[in-house]
Design a protein around this ligand. Structure first.
Ligand code: GTP
Length: 253
């Protein structure tokens, strides 16, 4: 193992231990982002559950950790697994007030710009809200596709939705719960980066409750509705009527 390479990486790799397993966090990494034509500098971190390494014990050792981690990377086939990450803005550890977005990956909305949901809009808008607020973090949760059912299953659910099933019914008909997302690892990363309370960007009361129940220090919420069109009207109505989303701020034309 090249000691120079280990030395370069070592001080930006940390382990976070929990009852359910260890997470390896890499960062901060400077990430300049084009946000509506302006360059905004975020600090980026990515994390990996130790169990996703081929020899999980070796990767998570306290001593010589980085060396063991590098040895396993090329064998661990990480492109076949999902890694989540977080974009941090401002003095995240210390500022009294910070906006947090827990954003579930949406291949169709975030990447293709699909208008069947509001995900792409929420992703972009939440980054703008965090920057204009001055401090915050966008967690991009890569194992949450389709509220936890996976991309292929979401494609099947979309076909059922074309035949009149709503989002919740389609998930249930395919044998899933309506919402199977876990925030466990994400909250460990958040606690590592910040202990002060946060304001959560969401319209979803169940997400707020689940995060609070898992120990997240949330003292406020801000809504994020938008990009409403004929294509996502039923999806958004289902959020309000079936999933209990806060409706007071939503006006569907
Ligand atoms: N199963 C299913 N998932 C969908 C559908 N449309 C979007 N999604 C997924 O829903 C997730 C969006 O979650 P969030 O943006 O956190 O939405 P939310 O739980 O309503 O909460 P907030 O956006 O915070 O208000 C993404 O993973 C999308 O892939 C759909 O029709 N069916």
């Amino acid at each position: 193992m090249n000691a120079k390479i280990v030395g370069i990486l070592d001080d930006r790799i940390q382990t976070i231990k929990s009852k359910s397993g260890t997470i390896i966090l890499v960062g901060p990494i400077s990430l300049p982002v084009n946000l509506d034509g302006e360059t905004v500098k975020f600090q980026w971190y990515c994390w990996l559950p130790c169990k996703d390494l081929v020899h999980s014990e070796g990767g998570c050792r306290e001593t010589e950790r980085t060396e063991y981690l590098i040895e396993q990377l090329s064998e661990s086939n990480l492109a076949e697994k999902q890694q989540s990450s977080v974009l941090v803005y401002g003095d995240f550890a210390e500022n009294d007030d910070a906006f947090i977005r827990m954003h579930s990956i949406c291949h169709t909305g975030d990447i293709f710009g699909s208008k069947r949901c509001d995900c792409g809009f929420q992703l972009h808008q939440s980054m703008k809200m965090i920057v204009s607020h001055g401090t915050g973090a966008l967690f991009y949760l890569a194992n949450h596709e389709g509220r936890g059912i996976g991309l292929f299953s979401k494609a099947m659910a979309y076909i059922l939705q074309e035949k009149g099933y709503d989002t919740v019914e389609a998930n249930l008909e395919l044998g899933f719960q309506d919402d199977t997302r876990s925030y466990e690892d994400t909250l460990l990363v958040l606690a590592h980066l910040r202990s002060k309370p946060v304001t959560l960007i969401t319209n979803n009361p169940k997400k707020l409750a689940a995060l609070k129940a898992s120990g997240m220090n949330v003292d406020d919420r801000v809504p994020l509705w938008g990009d409403i069109s004929e294509f996502n009207r039923k999806y958004l109505e289902t959020k309000v009527n079936r999933s209990g989303h806060f409706a007071e701020e939503l006006t569907i034309p």
